[in-house]
Design a protein. Structure first.
Ligand SMILES: *Cc1c(COP(=O)(O)O)cnc(C)c1O
Length: 361
């Protein structure tokens, strides 16, 4: 039951069994749903991240990933705080956009889309701007496929009392992240990326004491992260407002499948293999990647148009006719298109894609 293979990083291709998990209806106040599904997911998220429930907690929230980034920043950063945003793409810039909506004091360091955020970028920004209390950045910048160096940034802010907020939307579940070791206070991700569920909600993994300190900070009723957490925690898995039941059940199945695959480490290996197969194959056909291999992550890859008269729309529809759906590019100063490696997608699928592209060239 697949119309095509989605090589777009979210929504992405899900397994038949994840989609089948949505064939039942669930009662939102019964414990078979709240204890049996929601609480299992909340614990499961901490478990795959190797976190202890006494120190960390997780909150699920309706909406797409951005809703959760907004809820996390809206909870963590108060009117007397100052947020430093390190950005190198659309998702980093979006954090600044939402900080402006919330009238949060912030400084935005917006790098070129091909430049990595590393320790030097963080050090320089902290030397330049006074009074920074919070730092937010994207891990896997889906705009290009660049994997930022959160480890190096964590090293720079260590011991400085700065709250660390990471948008790991397109990496959590598919790339190992040592949340505790890096001192990440709020990590945000969503159902329809590397955990391979369907869209409809996102989640925040937070250091318990940091989340507790956000009570009353929210400037949005429906995105009040603390209130959502409190209802879920005290209500044994209850959501504050209508829960996306089918999507949540599908996510429960997706988490089981992640564990059956061997956890995050095993999934990371598969994604790396997908990426390697893709890049080697495309280079073999004469395509060039936008990014250097050193900054490129394994989630999504940007390719430059092979010629100045390359017709992306034509390319897209020809590939779609063969069962593959890809992404247009999203950057300002180069003509690119993107191909995702995540989802229920295997190296053999990528080999078939390369064959299809090869026939068109
Ligand atoms: C997908 C994604 C988001 C969230 O986007 P939504 O469209 O709101 O789901 C945020 N940040 C990154 C890096 C993403 O890849």
């Amino acid at each position: 039951m697949k119309n095509y293979l989605l090589l777009t990083p979210g929504p992405l291709s899900t397994s038949q069994t994840v989609r089948e998990a949505m064939l039942q209806d669930w009662c939102t106040w019964d414990k078979d749903y709240n204890e049996g599904v929601v609480t299992v997911i909340r614990k499961g998220l901490l478990s795959i991240a190797n976190l202890d429930e006494s120190e960390y907690t997780s909150v699920l929230l309706q909406g797409s990933g951005t809703f959760c980034v907004e809820a996390a920043i809206g909870a963590a950063v108060t009117s007397t705080d100052k947020l430093l945003i390190l950005a190198n793409g659309a998702y980093g810039d979006r954090m600044a956009e939402l900080a402006a909506y919330y009238q949060i004091q912030y400084e935005l360091v917006s790098l070129h889309e091909a430049a990595i955020i590393d320790g030097a970028v963080a050090s320089k920004a902290l030397a330049q701007y006074d009074g920074i209390t919070h730092l937010a950045m994207v891990h896997s910048e889906t705009t290009t496929g660049l994997l930022n160096n959160i480890e190096a940034v964590a090293e720079v802010i260590k011991g400085k009392g700065i709250t660390f907020i990471v948008d790991a939307m397109s990496s959590f579940g598919g790339v190992p992240i040592d949340i505790k070791g890096l001192g990440i206070d709020f990590l945000v991700s969503s159902a329809n990326k590397c955990i391979q569920g369907v869209p409809g909600f996102g989640f925040v993994i937070a250091k318990r004491e940091k989340l507790m300190a956000t009570k009353g900070n929210a400037r949005s009723l429906s995105l009040d992260l603390y209130a959502q957490w409190e209802t879920m925690e005290k209500g044994g898995g209850k959501w504050r407002f209508t829960s996306p039941t089918h999507v949540v059940r599908a996510f429960d199945q997706a988490l089981k499948e992640l564990n059956e695959e061997g956890g995050i480490a095993a999934r990371y290996e598969r994604y790396k293999q997908n990426h390697r197969t893709l890049v080697d194959g495309m280079r073999g056909l004469g395509f060039k990647t936008l990014l250097a291999d050193e900054t490129q992550g394994c989630i999504i890859t940007s390719f430059l148009y092979p010629t100045s008269d390359f017709d992306f729309t034509d390319f897209y529809y020809k590939l779609k006719a063969q069962g593959f759906v890809i992404y247009p590019g999203k950057i300002s100063d180069a003509d690119t298109f993107r191909i995702g490696n995540i989802g229920d997608v295997y190296p053999s699928d990528i080999e078939k894609l390369i064959e299809a592209v090869g026939k068109m060239m």
